[in-house]
Design a protein around this ligand. Structure first.
Ligand SMILES: *Cc1c(COP(=O)(O)O)cnc(C)c1O
Length: 355
């Protein structure tokens, strides 16, 4: 690119980075590079250590988050790699309402005696700071899934640093456009690129980003030795999705804010959870779990499905998942707002809520 990337807005870097050099006649897109090995004598010798399609994706994401990125086979592979940064017997602090898979993995690790786990309400800053005493790793997710609680990241990340604990922030919900955890003091940012980054509900991919060279080397080592590597085509799809992240997010966030405002006055909605930014809204339906399930059955445009961050709007009663924490209300519906016309989304949801 003509200017230093750091001078350019995120929307420009999303489009311009991760491309082959501008030589006459060259292709302008990084292709899907299919090879398991490389001619000897170069930096990368075998494709479990590196792939040019990964490098292109990592260049874009790393620039946006302010560190060096690594692509993983899924968000959960990136979670597992991040948890590998602390030894057996470590004290780990994590939110009660962390992503379901993260919570299950942490619970399993603690049952096996691998970690001493302290789960806390991440919106209660004093409680999280108190739980950090003697901790080796602090896991944060903000906003949380599906309760949309917001943590005081600068305060908590400073606290983790003071304790000498490694801090990891799952930035999937906010995306690298709305929140920069590394600038706020995080050691590692983790993404499920399956969601907003890839953005089309057609691929699973994960990523870590860190500005710390030692942590980067250890995450890289984990990826190579545990084989948690993404396919080149999956990574290419995520890179293609990343190109349009700004416009998709602008549209989804504007629609989510409008729907949250209207849902606040809806007679069939007891409570709206919306942190004031982002594209996810959770609502509590009056009439309990049965009424919430009827809404899922009645919508015609919203798709009843798990996941989020795609072009299509999704609706899900989270407690249908058996491992969801019992503190998540039975009648809670999580809405992932996509790119459809906001009036169509509203009419569909309003009709389903009234039915
Ligand atoms: C989906 C998700 C994950 C897990 O990512 P996968 O790509 O499904 O493995 C982790 N954290 C959050 C917040 C998620 O939404």
């Amino acid at each position: 690119m003509a200017s230093e990337p750091s001078d350019l807005a995120a929307a420009t870097r999303l489009v311009g980075l991760g491309r082959p050099p501008r030589t006459p006649g060259a292709v302008i897109n990084q292709g899907v590079e299919l090879t398991s090995t490389y001619v000897a004598g170069g930096d990368v010798v075998y494709a479990r250590s590196g792939n040019p399609t990964w490098t292109a994706f990592e260049e874009v994401l790393g620039s946006l988050e302010g560190g060096r990125a690594l692509a993983f086979a899924s968000g959960m592979a990136a979670v597992a790699a991040s948890l590998s940064l602390v030894p057996h017997g470590s004290v780990v602090v994590a939110p009660v309402h962390a992503y379901n898979g993260t919570g299950s993995l942490l619970d399993e690790a603690s049952q096996q005696g691998r970690f001493e786990l302290r789960r806390v309400d991440s919106a209660d800053t004093a409680a999280v700071l108190a739980a950090m005493r003697g901790a080796q790793l602090v896991w944060l997710e903000s906003p949380t899934n599906p309760m949309l609680e917001v943590a005081d990241l600068p305060e908590l990340l400073a606290g983790a640093r003071e304790q000498g604990a490694i801090s990891v922030v799952d930035n999937t919900f906010a995306t690298p456009l709305l929140q920069h955890p590394i600038a706020l003091g995080a050691d590692v940012v983790m993404h499920s690129a399956t969601k907003f980054i890839a953005g089309h509900s057609d691929v699973l991919l994960g990523a870590t980003v860190t500005a710390n060279e030692d942590l980067q080397a250890r995450l890289f080592g984990h990826r190579v030795l545990h084989g948690a590597i993404p396919g080149p085509f999956e990574t290419w799809l995520a890179l293609r999705g990343l190109r349009t992240l700004q416009v998709r997010l602008d549209r989804s966030c504007a629609s989510a804010a409008e729907l949250a405002r209207r849902l606040g006055d809806h007679p069939a909605v007891g409570r709206v959870r919306y942190p004031g930014f982002g594209a996810i809204v959770s609502i509590e339906v009056t009439g309990g779990a049965a009424a919430a399930s009827l809404v899922e059955d009645a919508v015609r445009i919203w798709l009843p499905a798990t996941s989020l961050g795609g072009v299509e709007s999704l609706i899900e009663r989270r407690r249908r998942i058996p491992t969801e924490p019992v503190t998540v209300p039975q009648e809670l519906l999580r809405l992932s707002v996509g790119l459809e016309d906001v009036e169509d989304l509203w009419r569909d949801l309003d009709a389903a809520l009234r039915a």
